[in-house]
Design a protein around this ligand. Structure first.
Ligand SMILES: Cc1cc2nc3c(=O)[nH]c(=O)nc-3n(C[C@H](O)[C@H](O)[C@H](O)COP(=O)(O)OP(=O)(O)OC[C@H]3O[C@@H](n4cnc5c(N)ncnc54)[C@H](O)[C@@H]3O)c2cc1C
Length: 257
């Protein structure tokens, strides 16, 4: 079974977001990690390979540090990696990303494409759906259990107040939600082996793409940081007086009662 996983490199969950002088998100010096939902996708691909045999390819589009997350996936047990660089692209939107990934996927063999349901930084939850649409594939989003048998995927997904179990023919795109599995840590042996596994580097031009095809359709006009939180107040005194003061503050200052 051939599985392709789409991990994205995102800001560390602990990263402090700042804006530069032009009002854009400052990417300098920020620790980058594999998007946590994509770790579930990599883990699921490895479990499926262990059960059914086959090959796991990890594909990511982005800047020069993307090979770090691809090496992580290779160290976890993926077989090969492809990095499509973002050189020459000043602005990127979900259309750009999905167009590039889908173009590459057309040249790969796969029975299943696994992705995260959303990236924790830009968080639009669009890329996997767009890839499925471009490739004309069925897609199941936010999956917490996945079984593959006889050319079909049976996937459970959380819905409001319950679960839904759906079936799709393969090839299909499946996105991972928290709870799908517990991602493994790379072992020392895995880290050493990863250094020898193939990692291909491609440019957008190598894919025969450029110009209007990859120009964003959505442009971020402005980013805002949340306004700083006002300091909390500690009310002291006798319980009855403190309670009365609390009610007064809730009514007159917070205006919530
Ligand atoms: C240099 C730069 C400039 C940008 N400029 C803009 C801008 O002007 N306007 C704007 O709106 N946004 C901009 N972005 C953000 C960009 O739109 C998003 O990074 C991208 O479109 C993916 O959307 P998302 O992160 O919301 O992914 P989601 O749709 O939330 O991701 C869902 C899943 O899709 C897969 N996926 C997503 N991205 C990738 C990837 N690159 N490689 C492999 N798999 C992936 C992962 O499995 C992920 O879990 C910019 C980003 C960069 C790096």
């Amino acid at each position: 079974m051939k599985i392709v996983v789409l991990p994205k490199q995102t800001f560390d969950t602990e990263a402090k977001i700042t804006l530069d002088a032009a009002g854009k998100i400052n990417r300098e010096g920020v620790n980058l990690i594999m998007n946590p939902y994509d770790e579930f996708a990599v883990e699921e691909a490895l479990r499926l390979k262990e059960k059914h045999g086959g090959e796991v390819t990890v594909v990511s589009f982005g800047g020069p540090k993307v090979p770090d997350i691809l090496r992580q996936a290779l160290a976890m047990g993926a077989d090969k990696a492809v990095h499509v660089g973002d050189e020459g692209l000043e602005e990127i939107d979900e259309h750009t990303t999905a167009t590039i990934l889908a173009k590459l996927l057309r040249d790969l063999e796969y029975d299943l494409i696994l992705a995260g349901w959303r990236a924790i930084d830009d968080g639009s939850a669009q890329v996997a759906g767009r890839v499925a649409e471009i490739l004309g594939l069925p897609m199941v989003n936010m999956v917490i259990k996945l079984d593959i048998a006889e050319g079909k995927a049976v996937a459970s997904r959380e819905i409001e107040g319950g679960y839904e179990v759906v079936e799709v023919p393969l090839p299909a795109v499946i996105t991972a939600q928290k709870g799908l599995n517990e991602p493994r840590y790379p072992t020392m042996k895995g880290i050493m082996q990863a250094k020898k596994k193939p990692m291909q580097k491609l440019t957008i031009a190598d894919l025969g793409l450029g110009g209007e095809e990859v120009a964003p359709k959505v442009r971020a006009r402005r980013y805002y940081l949340p306004s700083p939180r006002s300091q909390g107040k500690i009310i002291t005194g006798e319980p009855a007086e403190a309670a009365a003061e609390l009610v007064r503050l809730l009514r007159e200052e917070a205006k919530v009662v």
